[in-house]
Design a protein around this ligand. Sequence first.
Ligand SMILES: [Zn+2]
Length: 194
Amino acid sequence: MFKRRAKQLKQLCQMQFRAAALRVALILLCSSGAATSEPFDAGCMVAETSPEPAVTRSVLNELIGWIALRTDYDVSAVYRDPPEIVFCHVGEIVEYEAEGLLVDEILAAAYDLTKRRIYLVEPWSAEDSFDLSVLLHELIHAVQLDNRDWPCTGAPEWEAYMLQSVWLRYQGIVADFDWNTIYRLSKCPTGTGN
Ligand SMILES: [Zn+2]
């Protein structure tokens, strides 16, 4: 429970951990969750063993459809061309917004806007509602950033966590988020308009 709680509280998204990112070039062991198993172009290599959990198109459609129903955002771009899904493991360093991002044990997911890529940290399972909500959270970021400009990188977080918690509630799960921390995360520095 502690581990999962830590994951919920510190679910990494967007660029919040950029300051902590290590600019170290390493060979990564990431792999794409897409139907094909071709290596993606970030210098990562497909893991040779241990099959990755797949994110099917129907799972994506369901989550994107839910965002469409619950928000006024135009989801058509994300629906037509969903972000690439890449799985990574704790201890790896992934390419993130042209920098290196250390995947630490409290990182659950991240969305790289530049590459339109969602990183999901294993273990992750489409059978697990909370894991699905983590994917939903990152898809929300993809939609948010497609639809409007935001005054600072943390600004989309409040809405993303709120929607995630609503989705979880529909699954019968009460999100144990630390709303004070999320509020601070979402608050832009003075003078940035939020
Ligand atoms: Zn987020």
